[in-house]
Unconditional design. Structure first.
Lengths: 276, 353
């Protein structure tokens, strides 16, 4: 093979666009990383040390992680049976549900949070009386936690629903259900031992997206007045220079780590399914 | 003794009637096939037995116990699907043992039963393989073992061989029949493939547009079809409009050409319009065999089909196929030749128009 032939076969344009795209994403990240190391030339990791020494960072980070995990858990409990039932018994409802799940793209988070505050900052009373059965949810910590998790569930719904629905599309949910039923399985066994294990990769993808949304979210957390990681990073960015750059870079690394893990798990699963 | 009984089963989907007045009694250990074209209601009937559809009317009993409104997981009915429906996240052993574990049987018993089923389907070495590591034929054998492992009252098979290639299909259908006979299990088999139904079944239910056309043994269905649909659907069939000429002597006329039939025509009157059906293999050249009906014909076409040669002839105005076994010394006529064909009077079936 001559050099000219090799040159002609080299996918020059594909590589050019790929490299352009990669540089577009990587350069700002490299700049952030480089900046985070430039606080003290004698001790390049100073920004990282300072950021991790701050107890407010750990508190807000752990709190946001808890919110993310709770959101993921409740979303799975709600969305998996819903998507399953729509595939199994209510295919005609799929368009309506898909439309509803897309609403967070149309209605901004700021509208959502004002709506939540407006409705849930008033006490719950017995209809047509003034007898209070529950104080306003915004008035106590657990109430606020419930509101913010509910809000995050709405924000992450498009990603979670679509991931789960796509996962169910790849397995023949209806026939697997009928096969399990004919073998004596009840609904609980079918969902936990047949459906969930077979959409594991889709669940992980949905969970990762939800996690990323919740951990970085600012609007809902700020307006509901909770000490989450998003508002903390925002405040830090307004008052400090080097620590936010360090934390942003760490956040990226964490996200990539999780994505790599998911790729590892789903990769082996898809390899298994691919031979069908 | 009746094991499975379907009494007056009907199923409507809105204005559409999928199954109408379906009546069938199946004996213990019997292999019954539902045969018919797509949309004839055979799969719906099977799904009604499995409990995936509730009939609009009628009753289903197993061992005289009414199961019409029981949930599918409470019927103890095993089912094999066209698409195998093996659980992708489980190994072959786990798939076969799933139904037993759901029933909370002792782990030692589950293991014994799984080993027994693996031995029956000759797949002991694949016990720890996942479904994606198996061929289509192997997957369907595992699906069969999984359905049989729970010792079902009735085994339902919904076109289980349709997704397989021809050679495996023939081998596997023999295996299905052999396992069914060995275990003495009652089986209902849905297929649109007449060869499958004829080769496997103790009895065949021919279905059309949600109704039973004919129920009988493969021999009866093939040789003595009672309806035009049944006659046409099973095997190749010549059929033509005819008129009763002499009911007492079984004489009929196809466009002026007279045939004698062994069918009792006493209930019909002279001039009645009927349909005559003759299997291609029952016709032969008059020079080869002397039979009751000898009629003039013209050779229209000759098609070589391997073991048989199909000759199209015109008798009067009707076109008929005639099959003859192929052999190296066969002297075939030429297209356009005038000749004579014959068939026994038993070969001439008379059906309602």
């Amino acid at each position: 093979m001559t050099f000219i032939t090799r040159l002609r076969r080299f996918p020059f344009w594909s590589w050019l666009w790929f490299m352009t795209g990669a540089l577009y994403f990587i350069l700002p990240l490299l700049a952030t990383f480089e900046f985070s190391l430039s606080w003290d030339p004698q001790y390049p990791l100073k920004a990282y040390q300072r950021a991790f020494e701050d107890q407010r960072f750990w508190n807000s980070f752990m709190y946001s992680n808890m919110l993310a995990l709770t959101t993921i858990l409740i979303s799975i409990i709600l969305i998996v049976p819903t998507a399953y039932w729509i595939r199994l018994r209510l295919p005609q409802a799929r368009r309506i549900v898909e439309f509803i799940t897309l609403m967070p793209f149309v209605v901004p988070a700021i509208i959502l949070v004002f709506g939540l505050i407006r409705i849930y900052s008033q006490p719950f009373t017995v209809p047509f009386t003034d007898i209070v059965i529950l104080q306003p949810l915004t008035n106590f910590k657990m109430g606020t936690n419930i509101l913010i998790v509910a809000g995050y569930m709405v924000l992450s719904m498009p990603y979670m629903y679509r991931s789960v629905d796509t996962g169910m599309r790849t397995v023949d949910v209806r026939t697997l259900t009928e096969a399990a039923q004919s073998l004596g399985a009840n609904w609980f066994i079918i969902i936990t031992r047949i459906i969930l294990p077979n959409i594991r990769s889709a669940l992980l993808s949905g969970a990762l997206l939800t996690f990323a949304i919740v951990v970085g979210e600012v609007v809902l957390a700020s307006f509901l007045g909770v000490s989450a990681f998003g508002p903390y990073l925002f405040l830090l960015g307004q008052h400090r220079a080097y620590e936010p750059a360090a934390l942003s870079f760490v956040s990226f690394l964490l996200t990539w780590l999780v994505m790599g893990l998911i790729q590892l798990v789903t990769g082996s699963q898809e390899q298994a399914a691919g031979a069908h | 003794m009746t094991h499975l009984a379907l009494k007056n089963i009907s199923k409507h989907f809105g204005d559409f009637t999928a199954v109408r007045d379906f009546d069938l009694e199946v004996k213990k250990g019997e292999f019954v096939s539902f045969l018919g074209p797509s949309g004839c209601g055979k799969t719906t009937t099977l799904r009604i037995i499995a409990g995936f559809e509730i009939p609009s009317s009628g009753v289903i009993t197993i061992n005289d116990m009414d199961i019409t409104n029981k949930a599918p997981n409470q019927r103890n009915v095993g089912m094999v699907f066209q698409s195998y429906a093996l659980f992708p996240n489980m190994t072959v052993s786990q798939n076969i043992g799933f139904g037993l574990r759901v029933r909370k049987e002792k782990e030692s018993e589950v293991k014994d039963r799984v080993a027994e089923m693996l031995s029956i389907i000759h797949m002991e070495e694949k016990a720890n393989s996942y479904p994606y590591q198996l061929s289509g034929g192997q997957m369907q054998r595992v699906a069969l073992a999984r359905a049989l492992a729970i010792r079902p009252e009735v085994l339902l098979l919904d076109e289980p061989l349709s997704a397989l290639d021809a050679k495996i299909r023939v081998a596997l259908r023999a295996e299905i029949r052999s396992i069914q006979q060995k275990l003495g299990i009652t089986a209902i088999y849905v297929t649109h493939d007449q060869e499958e139904a004829l080769s496997l079944s103790d009895r065949i239910v021919v279905m059309n547009k949600g109704e039973m056309e004919q129920v009988g043994t493969p021999f009866e269905i093939y040789n003595f079809p009672t309806t035009v649909f049944s006659a046409n659907f099973v095997g190749t069939l010549n059929n033509a409009s005819a008129e009763v000429v002499d009911p007492a002597n079984g004489l009929i006329s196809i466009g002026g050409v007279q045939f004698e039939s062994a069918v009792d025509l006493k209930e019909r009157k002279k001039g009645d319009k009927v349909r005559v059906a003759i299997r291609p293999e029952r016709l032969g050249f008059a020079s080869e065999q002397k039979k009751a009906n000898v009629v003039d014909c013209t050779i229209e076409n000759i098609t070589f089909l391997g073991s048989i040669v199909r000759i199209q002839v015109t008798i009067g105005k009707a076109k008929f196929y005639m099959d003859t076994f192929n052999n190296p010394f066969l002297e075939l006529p030429k297209i356009g030749d005038k000749d004579q064909v014959t068939c026994s009077k038993e070969a001439v079936l008379v059906l309602d128009e």
